[in-house]
Design a protein around this ligand. Sequence first.
Ligand code: NOJ
Length: 737
Amino acid sequence: MKQQSIRLFIVATILFVFGLKNASAADNNLIENLLSQMTLEEKLGQMTLYSSGEDPLVPVFNPSYKQEIKEGRCGAIFASITPDSIRYLQELAMQSRLKIPMLFGYDVIHGYKTIFPIPLAQAASFNLDLIRKSAQVAATEASSRGINWFFGPMIDIARDARWGRVSEGAGEDPFLTSKVAVEMIKGYQGENLSERNNVAACAKHFAAYGAPIGGKDYNTVIMSLQELNDVYLAPHKAAADAQVASFMSAFNEINGMPCSANRELLTDILQKQWKYKGFVVTDFATIREFMNHGIAENEEQCAQLAIQAGVSMDMESGIYKAKYVENQLKSKSIDIEKIDEAVRRILTIKYRMGLFADPFKYCNSKTNELMTANNLTTAREIARESMVLLKNDKQTLPIKSDIRKIALIGPLADNQADMLGTWIAQGDTSDVVTLLQGLKKQLGTSAQVEYAQGCDIDTKRTSMFNKAIALAKKSDVIVVVLGEKGDMAGEAASRGNINLPGVQTALLKALYATKKPVILVLMNGRPLALEEEMNYCDAILEAWQPGTIAGDAIADVLLGKYNPSGKLPVTFPRCVGQVPIFYAAKSTGRPSDAKVRYSSRYLDIPFTPLFPFGFGLSYTTFEYSELSVSHPEIGLNDEITIQVKVKNSGKIAGQEVVQLYLKDDIGQLTRPVRELKGFQKIQLNAGESKVVTFTLKPSVDLIYTHADGTQNADAGKFTVFVGGNSDANLLHSFRVK
Ligand code: NOJ
């Protein structure tokens, strides 16, 4: 016994001394050594995550958790958020036999204290540098307050606007989402996980959680192998390649198998095919939910299915327990290798984070990292870059400098509570700058801004209309701010209707009837159906849920201090009957044609979206010309260069997101009508032109999942389309031998 403690002490000391280095072969031996000292209970402990629920420093904190931590039966805690409570819990872990430090996870999805625009909005910026920078800020802020693991990035593809969690990801496109995923992971994890400002990331939700039937959260997913691989798994593959520290297995089933019991997904694809070395944590209690899914009869069976599938860590089911596992180990329905592998992966990440070297490295709380001037500047930059100008008749925007009276109307015009969106971590709504505040600050005495609420977001009350209309009548321009409540998108926030809720459209209509110019500013967490609203305004700015500095950033755009450059990362439908709708659809044997009855279409609504993916206007205009390809024909392993000239043909400087789409004209399987394969955000002064170059390599960029499951490129003709949105019509073709 004494000898064993000495051995353990030596192992712990070596781990402590060498902890700052990345795990190498020698380091792996240390982990193996530690693993060999662990009892079954301690191993299962590392595989268990509890939610702290309440502050562990207050007496009501579940006393059994404290005991379990002290006995090494808990490896991670979620939502313990004060540095003091995190230190306290880590101290308990240090009292355990093997002194293995715990992870402290938290849902930091778009900022910790400084809240950035919702992820969907960030994607609309198409500015990967800014996305990475905002992720870095979130990591710096949260890690200064004890958090060392983020439950993000959320990289689910979402093509159904009813699904509330469309707000948490980068939209409908696997190429864009993959790029965003990698930048977020780089921002969170940095170059080296062990640096104090970096945190471990968790790519979620693995997998296909964004495709529930009917857009209803948690619902069943039924999907072809091609769609799963090429669309829904693609961003996860990119995350694995970027060495994300962990994945979160999703709530949903795919084709009959819940993700946390899905051996093909968690072991065959993730571990074997992708050679992923990090660990998998489940989503909240998904293991226990096997009983609701109807694939397990009891907790014992739940544990068996999850362990054998390859889940490393259980979130909150409390089911990874020796009492459930011991007998199954004896009967060989659970392999001890599966448990060892899970623990090895968790320990390796903890080790790479430098937690063995200093379990308290994140606990030396620093408040001066929060909401710094630089952080707020980054938030303002990305917020304004994420806004999408959807309509601008008669150049209503930007608001001209000779305008004297602005009527600012709407339930979101001076509303701190609803501008942060879902998952606001430690963001404080009282820190939010509203549009009323932002406009007043920037306009000073040069113009008068008067405000009337006009209506609520989601009640039927019209009693405030008259005051708003009276204000509108005596103003030069009306800015009306409508949209969704902050919690109308996000988890468990699916909507059957995707219109503006309540009487907001009626208010807009009444304001438009005053014949004053109407600028509609939208704040929402999903694509909305805006066909009716298009008739009752002169301009529309999609501002999403812009975060802490919302009002400053919107004012920058409205007043022309920033020329909008955002592009839609999701298709905007005309009405809910069109969803799911996305640009990378198949042509079908009967391509949609409004004039042909027996074509793929609706009798009562159009098949075209209101705004296509990639769409967004600017205060200037851009012209595309001289599209060329470097070779008429290339081999599979060659590269082809595509060039296009882009000119700012307007009167002011602006940024344009130059987009490259591709169509595999004749595939072995049917292929999407076009797929995004490249984008570049460029800045052009008025009158300036630039030649933009893209490079494609068939063996990388043209591959897709064939019927036998392999990923190859077809030979034959391909067409490229280049322009400012997914309807781009400048095209050229080439052949692959
Ligand atoms: C459930 C959500 O699906 C997931 O995204 C989140 O990380 C966990 N709850 C923990 O809050």
